[in-house]
Design a protein around this ligand. Structure first.
Ligand code: ARG
Length: 437
């Protein structure tokens, strides 16, 4: 069975054994890549590299078993801590892209770097991934990898493979892929989010059942026994914009995210069903689960609401948006990111405090917040005091109220006068049907 497209890659001419490091998940795509890298690309050895960014143990075990069954070299790199740090940077940037908290996007540069490090340590000449030519991940991997001397190969994309062809090839070559592989959907799980796409979900009107969710209970508040789920209230402690504690207990980033995924997930918090605009322009229907991300992003933004000035909040929205879009593109090291981080760093020096969040009916709802840096004077805003603050009294607002809207009134008056003079019939009188009545 030959690939549908002939490879246009150079074949090796020297006699030294040449190894390629393959980002290896143990799924169908990366499994078929192993023999293809040897047979179609003529590499002498494939080193499968599985990077742990918080995927389930079963997935890591499957990768190891598949590599063993293929007889390929296999390395596992624990990058959970490095990845969790990026996730918490994303919290400081209130980062979502079209409602998606960027789990896969933030993980890819971490995975790419880990694979490259293994390749360097093992004297590989090339780096390979199993991404198709349609998605974002190929771009995220290669943004990291092409900054170096390694050959970069993408068999699935370059040979024009389809899932159907891969399944037949795997059967033909007795490759260790589980029947049906991952079930019907394409799933990507890490610490920050779980994404589900493909198959029936490709129809944007298809309403999925509960079976696509694994991290979140049904958010309608019903338990299996039919009783109402109790609400649950937690406090999240922040220091310099980073979440550092849960219910008063200091937790490292990985533990904090894992715990909140459990606690908030049990209340159905953090489901997103969205149409996502991919980097290449394709629009794709995506489903995500991200209980911890939703909780932390919601709490963080609430604390900023207490601490930052209106101008800071307003400008930061633009900074945050740029941060999220750049992270979506996998460009965490872009100079733009450093510049955006500079602004974020300055604002976050006051984002310290505690936020109380209640989980109810699939929502993480902020019900309290406190900070030593609160830009808030209870007396000033109170309905119960006459003065505002110091020598500013309520009555001082009269002058402000007289001016407020002055320019709009001026513009309206000028337009009316000009229309009258030119006889322009296009005035703003609205005639409605049946206006005679
Ligand atoms: N669309 C998301 C992204 O580009 C997630 C893709 C996850 N992949 C998957 N096979 N479910 O970041």
């Amino acid at each position: 069975m030959t690939p549908p497209t002939d490879t246009d890659t150079d074949t090796d001419t020297d006699t030294d054994a040449e190894s390629v490091a393959l980002a290896f998940s143990g799924g169908l795509d990366t499994t078929v890549c192993v023999p293809l890298l040897e047979q179609e690309y003529d590499y002498d050895e494939v080193i499968g590299v599985t990077v742990d960014v918080g995927q389930p143990d079963a997935e890591l075990a499957e990768a190891a078993e598949t590599a063993a069954a293929l007889g390929t070299e296999h390395r596992v790199v624990d990058a959970r801590s490095a990845f969790a740090d990026h996730c918490l940077d994303a919290v400081r940037a209130n980062a979502t892209y079209q409602e998606y908290p960027l789990g896969t996007a933030l993980a890819r540069p971490v995975v790419a770097e880990a694979v490259r490090d293994v390749a360097a340590a093992e004297d590989c000449v090339a780096l390979a991934h199993g991404c198709t030519g349609k998605g974002n991940d190929q771009l995220r991997f290669e943004a990291v990898w092409r900054d170096g001397d390694f050959e970069v190969v993408a068999p699935v994309r370059e040979l024009g493979l389809t899932r159907e062809w891969e399944t037949a090839y795997a059967a033909d070559h007795d490759l260790p892929v589980e029947g049906g592989n991952e079930g019907a959907w394409s799933i990507d799980t890490n610490l920050w989010s779980r994404s589900v796409e493909g198959d029936a979900l490709e129809d944007p009107s298809y309403v999925p059942g509960e079976e696509i969710y694994e991290w979140t209970a049904p958010p309608d508040g019903e338990t299996e026994t039919g009783t109402e789920t109790e609400t649950e209230t937690v406090t999240v402690g922040f220091e310099d914009g980073y979440p550092v504690a849960l219910d008063g207990e200091a937790l490292d980033p990985v533990a904090l995210v894992e715990t909140l995924n459990e606690v908030a997930g049990a209340h159905g918090v953090g489901r997103t069903d969205t149409m996502e605009d991919r980097m290449l322009g394709l629009k794709v229907r995506e489903n995500y689960e991200h209980p911890a991300a939703t909780t932390l992003l919601t709490a963080h933004e609430a604390l900023e609401g207490l601490v930052l000035t209106a101008d800071e909040r307003s400008f930061k929205r633009h900074v945050d948006q740029e941060w999220a879009e750049t992270a979506y593109e996998g460009l965490l090291d872009a100079p733009l990111m450093d510049a955006l981080e500079g602004f974020i760093e300055v604002t976050q020096s006051r984002v310290t405090g505690t936020v109380t969040v209640r989980f109810e009916g699939g929502k993480a709802r902020v019900v309290g917040r406190e900070s030593p840096y609160a830009t808030y004077a209870a007396d000033a805003a109170s309905f119960d005091t006459e003065s505002v603050t110091g020598d500013i009294a309520q009555a001082d607002a009269t002058g402000v109220a007289k001016y407020h809207g002055f320019q709009s009134r001026l513009a309206t008056a000028a337009t009316d006068a000009a229309d009258e003079e030119t006889g322009d019939p296009d005035d703003t009188t609205v005639v409605t049907d049946g206006g005679e009545q």
